[in-house]
Design a protein around this ligand. Structure first.
Ligand SMILES: CCCCC/C=C\C/C=C\C/C=C\C/C=C\C/C=C\C=C\C(=O)SCCNC(=O)CCNC(=O)[C@H](O)C(C)(C)COP(=O)(O)OP(=O)(O)OC[C@H]1O[C@@H](n2cnc3c(N)ncnc32)[C@H](O)[C@@H]1OP(=O)(O)O
Ligand code: FAD
Length: 668
């Protein structure tokens, strides 16, 4: 089989790995990316980005100051969006995200929020007339916007946001105000210096009543001078763990007046006389968050896939230590411990990517239904996107860290790209709703389902139908080889169901002794566990189902990866499976052996599996993860670019170290 990943001059070890591959990599890449046409489009976009020199960085961004990073990112995002004809703009999830990942990397930029939240909010929250007015301005980039919801004092608990929007029927305007310091908007991406507009979420007051948080479109800066408008205080919040190409900002209002029609009125409305028209569903205004939670799953999967690619490629070229004395140093990928550390991360990346396709499809279905006023699937998409967002971002962050550690000292260098990948991805545990809080949203959904089951209703959504099933009393497991996909699912369903009812009973008892909120808090650890099991079950089920749709010659290798994903979950939570004698220790020991078998089977295909994800060096941005495996000369070249190396002797020598040493020597 031809292998486009092998080229002359490549490192011998990585080439030998590629020669061992047992499947068709191009076919696998097409399966991973949704078809041959999608793969072809990726390649075209990549060629374009590589051919346009203005889309490149003059030096690695790791060596730039923050100001240089922000400037470089702004230059590139303008160039990138000058050329959106290179992509199918309607395919945000595929072409849009890929184009921006290749061009902008992981440091983000002046228009991240413009594309990820500002435009989607205009699309989702405006009425037709407002859409006509604002969307074309935003798409043409005549205005650049962000999404300003979180405040210094509140992010999670939206009902307590402090920014106010009082309606004044005399002038038909809203008055926006930040009554306290804690009301300052804090965190919105590109708010500090770049955006001139924002969707601002504020407590709406009309006719003397507070109607809760609502979105308003607000001009922040003068169009020509870009100076903040009267009554508006703005700035950058300073450097962060990651995404330092973005000027996340703060914003305070001092009685700023905006026209009535700047309230986004697709769902809620305020009439000229101040009459409030409430939405058909109270949470329709939260739609943009659901959108971002949905697309985050793919983004997170891509980050974990990238980290796995870097670590697995590096482990194939790094030789350290011997397994058999005097027979030469081995590739560190041959250590079982290394495989146990890395292959489950790759398996997770696959599981998350396949789930991302499902949530995308569900999101599109919900959006379509909403255009007909049907809100039936809102609770389901809210629960699934919140749950996936929480579990996936957590596992991704932990997985990236494992990949970093698996690369030893070089993993600690920014040349590896791990610090940047981690700094970027781990933000996902917090933004779009802190993970623990979002898990509790899932738990509300599951507790309602449990209540239905207790009442004898069989009317459960497919996604939680397992809660109503009786299920087996004992695992059907007899041997790893005969452990069928449906047995794996049935075992996970048992544990997930047990956890649902454990939490449900605990909550019911607590509710008899305390008010419902206090009772909830006293059960919240168990409730979060319930949500995690529900999501893990979903991920395993979906992964196995997806493998069964793969071209037949890809199924064996994908099945090994999917089984590793499932076995890893089962063996790392063995106690849950022993409950009520559901599984025996000898069965668990066999599944543990199954993990090692999977590692062994995946080993020869490991490099090719990560190649199949089709990351170009341009996207990975990692010296350790280079396609050609020529890591050591590239590390030396990278280090030479350090600004500290511009001069042989630093001024600090004459200022501090030189005098110290001279003085010390003179005293000897
Ligand atoms: C061409 C160019 C292309 C460019 C492409 C560029 C990039 C693409 C690449 C990648 C993108 C990925 C990432 C980008 C990187 C960085 C991200 C940066 C942005 C981050 C932005 C933000 O963080 S914005 C702020 C987000 N904030 C939150 O998420 C707040 C979280 N809090 C809440 O959501 C709520 O407060 C709550 C859910 C916790 C509670 O709601 P509340 O109203 O206060 O509670 P109630 O008790 O009144 O109601 C609860 C009931 O409501 C139901 N519910 C809640 N939410 C929803 C919902 N959304 N939909 C449906 N139902 C909902 C809930 O279930 C309860 O129902 P029950 O009562 O029936 O149980
Ligand atoms: C990189 C990044 C980009 C961001 N971009 C934007 C943006 O563009 N626009 C925007 O508006 N915001 C943005 N944010 C803000 C982000 O949405 C909030 O930080 C997030 O929603 C969490 O809210 P918080 O900061 O108030 O955390 P808190 O809610 O204060 O959380 C702190 C701790 O309290 C716990 N906690 C809070 N409430 C509960 C509860 N009910 N039950 C149990 N535990 C609880 C949490 O679990 C957490 O451990 C961004 C944040 C980051 C990190």
């Amino acid at each position: 089989m031809s292998n486009r990943w092998i080229q002359p001059g490549d490192n011998v070890d990585i080439t030998n790995e590629r020669k061992k591959c047992t499947f068709d990599i191009e076919k696998m890449s097409a399966f991973i990316h949704g078809g041959e046409d999608k793969l072809q489009r990726r390649r075209e976009i990549l060629e374009y980005v590589k051919s346009n020199k203005s889309l490149g960085d003059p030096q690695p961004i790791e060596f730039m100051t923050r100001n240089e990073r922000v400037e470089n990112a702004s230059r590139k995002i303008v160039e990138m969006t000058n050329n959106t004809d290179q992509i199918d703009g309607s395919d945000f999830f595929g072409e849009g995200m890929y184009y921006q990942a290749l061009t902008m990397g992981r440091d983000l930029h002046a228009m991240s929020l413009h594309y990820v939240m500002f435009i989607p909010t205009l699309q989702g929250q405006t009425d037709d007339e407002q859409l006509d007015h604002w969307l074309s301005l935003a798409i043409a980039r005549a205005i650049v916007g962000t999404y300003a919801q979180t405040e210094l004092g509140h992010g999670t608990n939206l009902s307590k946001l402090e920014t106010t929007a009082h309606y004044d029927p005399k002038t038909e305007e809203f008055v926006l105000n930040s009554p306290t310091i804690t009301a300052a908007k804090w965190w919105p991406g590109a708010l500090g210096k770049s955006s001139n507009y924002a969707v601002v979420v504020a407590q709406l007051y009309t006719q003397g009543e507070c109607k809760g948080p609502h979105p308003f479109i607000v001009q922040l800066r003068e169009m020509d001078t870009h100076k903040p408008l009267k009554g508006i205080t703005l700035g950058d919040i300073g450097p962060k763990l990651g995404i330092n190409g973005s000027d996340n900002g703060f914003l305070l209002f001092d009685h700023v007046r905006i026209p009535r029609r700047h309230m986004l009125m697709r769902y809620s409305k305020v009439l000229p006389d101040g009459t409030y028209i409430k939405p058909q569903h109270s949470k329709l205004g939260y739609g943009t968050m659901v959108f971002v939670r949905s697309i985050m799953i793919k983004d997170q999967a891509s980050q974990l896939g990238a980290a796995s690619t870097i670590a697995i490629r590096y482990a194939s070229v790094r030789r350290q230590g011997e397994i058999i004395p005097n027979s030469g140093e081995v590739q560190i990928l041959d250590y079982q411990t290394q495989q146990y550390r890395l292959f489950p991360q790759l398996a997770r990346a696959f599981a998350f990517l396949f789930a991302a396709y499902e949530i995308r499809d569900l999101y599109m279905k919900v959006t379509e239904q909403l255009t007909h006023g049907n809100t039936e699937l809102l609770p389901e998409i809210h629960a699934l996107s919140s749950g996936l967002k929480s579990v996936v971002s957590w596992d991704t962050a932990q997985g990236i860290e494992q990949c970093r550690l698996a690369c030893g000292g070089h993993g600690y260098s920014q040349a590896s790209a791990f610090p940047e990948i981690y700094g970027y991805a781990v933000g996902g545990c917090t933004y779009e709703g802190e993970n623990i809080v979002m898990l509790q949203q899932v738990a509300r959904f599951l507790m309602k389902a449990a209540e239905e089951v207790k009442k004898g209703s069989a009317n459960l959504a497919e996604i939680c139908a397992y809660i109503g099933r009786k299920g087996e009393q004992h695992s059907r497991f007899t041997s790893v080889d005969s452990y069928r996909d449906e047995d794996i699912v049935s075992d996970l369903e048992y544990v997930a169901r047990q956890q649902v009812f454990r939490a449900y009973e605990k909550l019911r008892k607590a509710q008899q002794q305390a008010n419902s909120e206090t009772a909830w808090n006293s059960c919240s650890v168990e409730l979060c566990k319930t949500s995690r099991w529900h999501v893990r079950l979903y991920l395993v089920k979906n992964f196995l189902a997806k493998v069964s749709t793969a071209p037949s010659d890809l199924r064996a290798v994908l099945h090994d990866v999917a089984r590793l994903y499932a076995f890893d979950i089962i063996t790392s939570s063995s106690g849950n499976f022993y409950e009520n004698g559901y599984m025996r220790e000898d069965q668990m020991n066999e599944i543990r052996e199954g993990v090692y078998k999977c590692l062994h089977r995946i080993r020869p295909n490991a490099v090719s599996l990560v190649d199949s994800w089709d990351y170009d060096d341009r996207e990975l941005k990692s010296v350790l993860g280079r396609r050609d495996g020529n890591v050591y000369p590239a590390l030396l070249e990278w280090a030479k670019q350090s600004p500290l190396n511009k001069t042989e002797v630093l001024p600090t020598f004459d200022k501090y170290l030189g005098p110290m040493m001279r003085e010390a020597k003179s005293k000897l």
